[in-house]
Design a protein around this ligand. Structure first.
Ligand code: G3H
Ligand code: 13P
Ligand code: ZN
Length: 283
């Protein structure tokens, strides 16, 4: 079927209290891995591309590959811009066929973030494209900062309420202790803060930096109201792990398909596992 917007996928997840997996892609093999996993699990899925992925693969390639993948699939598929930082980038994705965009204005002041998010909504809504906003700052796992300092970057529940009232975004990304990339230790999520935000905010909540968060914490976050879970690093680990194993087994391999095939299969397996975890048997 054609690509669908993200909003109805998250509404269906809210109705049954599960979360939709949002998986980052960089190339054809990863797009295929995401679709193969979603098909195998009979699950709706969000394929997302960062600005870096768009720069690497090309905007048109990402849209064309994902469109084909969705058209051949029996499950609903949304194509989402991950961490768009400018109005222009979001507008371009809307025009070129993305069905959802994230405008990450989290580095701006609250009022500037609201203004930027509204500007994106003004071009996205008429095109039927969903919009995710972000409030609060995620750290990198390599950022050596104190816990108290980290907490000051967490999403303030009252600000979240105000942000959503002002913007009417379709989904809100929050900071509650997760980070992008591989964790050094075990992340500790501020689940009380999550519950407080869910109580005050009436749109689906998005958890970023979810690779490396223990399964129990992911389940607890979904239990408390997270409806979109972003995964990138786990895919990279499994894709590159399988690629590296294939190359080690055959250091002089000349046929890219012989190493990219296993890499795609490795990525598919971890995505299937994540989908099963996020859907909690509720699909
Ligand atoms: O949230 C960040 C994603 O993992 C994308 O990372 O900018 O390296 O493509 P990237
Ligand atoms: P991870 O790479 O930590 O899974 O984060 C993914 C993400 O949040 C993409 O926006
Ligand atoms: Zn993210």
């Amino acid at each position: 079927m054609p690509l669908v917007a993200m909003k109805p996928l998250l509404a269906a997840a809210e109705a049954k209290k599960y979360a939709v997996g949002a998986f980052n892609c960089n190339n054809m093999e990863i797009i295929q891995a995401i679709i193969n996993a979603a098909e195998a699990e009979h699950a709706p899925v969000i394929i997302q591309a960062s600005q870096g992925a768009i720069k690497y693969a090309g905007l048109e390639y990402i849209v064309a590959l994902t469109r084909i993948a969705a058209e051949q699939a029996s499950v609903p598929v949304a194509l989402h811009l991950d961490h768009g930082t400018s109005f222009e980038q979001c507008q371009q994705c809307v025009e070129k066929g993305f069905t959802s965009v994230m405008i990450d204005g989290s580095k701006h002041s609250l009022e500037d973030n609201i203004a930027l998010t509204k500007k994106v909504l003004a071009v996205a809504r008429p095109a039927g494209v969903s919009v995710e906003g972000e409030l609060g700052k995620l750290t990198g796992t390599e950022d050596d900062i104190y816990v108290s300092e980290k907490e000051s970057m967490y999403t303030d529940p009252k600000e979240a309420k105000y942000f959503v009232e002002q913007t009417q975004v379709d989904a809100l990304a929050i900071a509650i202790g997760t980070a992008h990339g591989q964790y050094k230790g075990e992340p500790k999520l501020d689940l009380e803060r999550l519950s407080e935000i869910v109580k005050l905010v009436n749109v689906p909540i998005v958890l970023h930096g979810s690779s490396g968060v223990p399964d129990e914490a992911i389940l607890e976050a979904i239990e408390r109201g997270v409806r979109k879970v972003n995964i990138d690093t786990n895919i990279r680990e499994h894709f590159m792990g399988a690629l590296s194993d294939a190359l080690k087994a055959n250091p002089h391999e000349l046929d890219p398909r012989k190493v990219l095939g296993p890499a795609r299969a490795g990525a598919t397996e971890i995505i299937r596992e994540k989908i099963r975890l996020f859907s909690r048997g509720k699909l």
